[in-house]
Design a protein around this ligand. Structure first.
Ligand SMILES: [Zn+2]
Length: 144
């Protein structure tokens, strides 16, 4: 179990990350709005701009949506005091690891184990790989 102070540090880190994600999404939006402004006149923009900002969260990219979900889950776990329980083996996740990766649900041992298993289950020629399917195994980076 984390101390009060550790929990609040972690909560702060998570909130910062959350704000950063939402801000990124908004930056992306204003960028696309600026582009649209060149194409179509200004008047039609102002109406839709508000609407778009309103639906910012809906328009987050998949990865950001996924991360936001993880962050919200982690914030819940901070609240319930289970943030440092490894989901897999139930051991404590070190505070330093949590600060480096606040959304993690696994201790370092289980994480490494999981990555090994993902390697094994990864299908090399699964298509959608920019036509690189087949013969690419040699290029896979190894961390050993
Ligand atoms: Zn574990």
């Amino acid at each position: 179990m984390l101390t009060e102070e550790q929990a609040s540090q972690l909560r702060e880190a998570l909130m910062q990350e959350r704000r950063r994600l939402v801000r990124n999404a908004q930056d992306g939006l204003s960028f696309s709005m600026n582009r649209d402004r060149d194409k179509i006149g200004r008047d039609s923009i102002d109406e839709s701009a508000e609407e778009e900002l309103f639906s910012t969260e809906l328009r987050l990219r998949d990865r950001e949506k996924w991360l936001l979900g993880k962050i919200d889950g982690a914030l819940d776990r901070v609240k319930s005091g289970t943030i440092d329980d490894c989901e897999d083996c139930g051991e404590r996740i070190g505070f330093r690891r949590l600060m480096a990766r606040p959304v993690t649900t696994l201790c370092i041992e289980c994480k490494e184990q999981q990555e090994k298993e993902e390697d094994i289950h990864a299908t090399p020629a699964s298509g959608g790989n920019f036509g690189l399917g087949g013969g690419g195994e040699e290029a896979a980076p190894s961390e050993e």
